[in-house]
Design a protein around this ligand. Sequence first.
Ligand code: C2E
Ligand code: CA
Ligand code: CA
Ligand code: CA
Length: 279
Amino acid sequence: AKQQNESRFLRYNNELAQTNRLKINMEYELRRALKHNEFELCYQPIVNLGSGELVAVEALLRWRHPARGLLKPEDFIDAIEAAGMINPMGEWVCEHALAQMVAWRALGCDYRRLALNISNVQLKSLGFFRHLKAMMQTYQVAPSELILEITEHFILDAKHEVMLQFEHLQQQGLQVALDDFGCGYSSLSYLKKFPVNLLKLDDSFIQDIETSEVDHLLVETTIQLAQKMGLQVVAEGVERQAHFDYLASLGCHHMQGYLVAKPMSHDDFVAWCQQQACV
Ligand code: C2E
Ligand code: CA
Ligand code: CA
Ligand code: CA
């Protein structure tokens, strides 16, 4: 038994050492990536389901890794959070996205609002808001030009002073979207605790909407509830005409997905905007 315990201990120690190494490597990698401009943002339109009008554009992060190729957030966000590096990364995203808005304005691109994904970890303190406000000042971006996308995990243990920051910006026209809505637990109770403006219905509910009665019912009920609460629903992952038709029949407000456009580079997004303006 003693031997067994010892080997278990060794294994544990080994795993611990490995996690630490991963963290150190990640911190080093990330600093290098920031220094060498390996991060990029791509942009995906959110459009009104009825009119097709652009309502916002969501910034989505990519990492053009010199050895591992183009990485999506699922390949690195968790590691970045674990390494305690989400704040510098989030600040990079915020600054670059807001700087991009200046470029869009100069090009006459009517982006309406920019939506930023904010990790719960970024919202543990007020540093996020300090940086955001500084960037809004630098790039002359008004609160009414922004959407902050948060998840219910944040609302679960949000600090009062952080809530107040959101509230203050919301009074000035900023919108808050609850991302991945329907994926967690008791989502509805969060709506009482934190006044969001938009619900982003997770794509997992949309994929089989034309065949799954349960999904259909959940989407329908969510839209009705949102309407009664004065919230707008964005359906994510709208890929097919059938998805669109169902959502339209249910009175869903907005949509995002490959049917409209995939996430695009800055240049492609500008071209897309100009094409929209001509139609
Ligand atoms: P999300 O906020 O739910 O973003 C939507 C994801 O769905 C994006 O994946 C997008 O590319 C993908 N998508 C869009 N339309 C469709 C469609 O029609 N079909 C399907 N199957 N997928 C579609 P992506 O870009 O890989 O981002 C994944 C997640 O990473 C995001 O999920 C978000 O939670 C996180 N993320 C992205 N950018 C950032 C960032 O700047 N900061 C933070 N903290 N998280 C980010
Ligand atoms: Ca999002
Ligand atoms: Ca989402
Ligand atoms: Ca999702």
